[in-house]
Design a protein around this ligand. Structure first.
Ligand code: AMP
Length: 185
């Protein structure tokens, strides 16, 4: 039987996880699966997972593990004959354990970025809420200030990307991610 490659990238908000994952997936011909993307898609299409997830995402909170595993594991099942790279899943120990019960991971990359860098990036981050497109006013600004490149709609800054909320958010990330990182070590 052919051997398929199973990989995931872990990293705090602002680590550039999405950008890096897309590049790796493209370079190595892996199927790219982003949990955040599936959630936003679900919200736009009013699916069960989308409806459940919406209020959590809007508050900058993690979506419950059960919702996430029910969303992600069937997608992986559909791709069982492909090599894949996960972006944003697993994010908690319960998710990692659910994934481990089904697949043996070949590679898990943990992006370790200094706090000062994350703070700088996140406080410069603006988002187009409908699509999830992310801009950075420093190194990836929109063509027209404050407007999404594709739709022209206004960009917003998440309350939890504002400097006051950042420290708490990154601390929370560390607490939740530590057992996941320990598991894969
Ligand atoms: P992302 O695009 O990966 O930054 O995800 C956007 C938002 O979706 C996160 O801030 C969480 O609220 C939610 N989310 C994405 N993936 C997960 C996950 N594996 N577990 C819980 N919540 C998630």
């Amino acid at each position: 039987m052919a051997k398929f490659f199973r990989a995931a990238v872990l990293g705090p908000p602002g680590s550039g996880k999405g950008t890096i994952c897309k590049r790796i997936a493209h370079s190595f011909g892996l199927q790219y699966l982003s949990s955040g993307h599936f959630l936003r898609e679900g919200i736009a299409a009013d699916t069960e997972a989308g409806v459940l997830a919406k209020s959590y995402i809007e508050r900058g909170m993690l979506v419950p593990d059960q919702v996430m595993t029910r969303l992600m594991l069937p997608k992986l099942e559909q791709l069982r004959n492909h090599s894949w790279l996960l972006d944003g899943f697993p994010r908690t120990l319960a998710q990692a354990q659910a994934l481990n019960n089904l697949y043996q991971m070949d590679l898990v990359i943990n992006l370790n970025i200094p706090y000062e860098t994350l703070k700088e990036r996140l406080s410069d981050r603006w988002i187009h809420p409908a699509s999830g497109r992310v801009y950075n006013m420093g190194f990836n600004p929109p063509q027209v200030q404050g407007k999404d490149d594709v739709t022209g709609e206004p960009l917003i800054q998440h309350d939890d990307d504002k400097p006051e909320a950042l420290m708490a958010r990154l601390r929370h990330y560390k607490e939740v991610a530590k057992p996941v990182i320990d598991l894969y070590k």
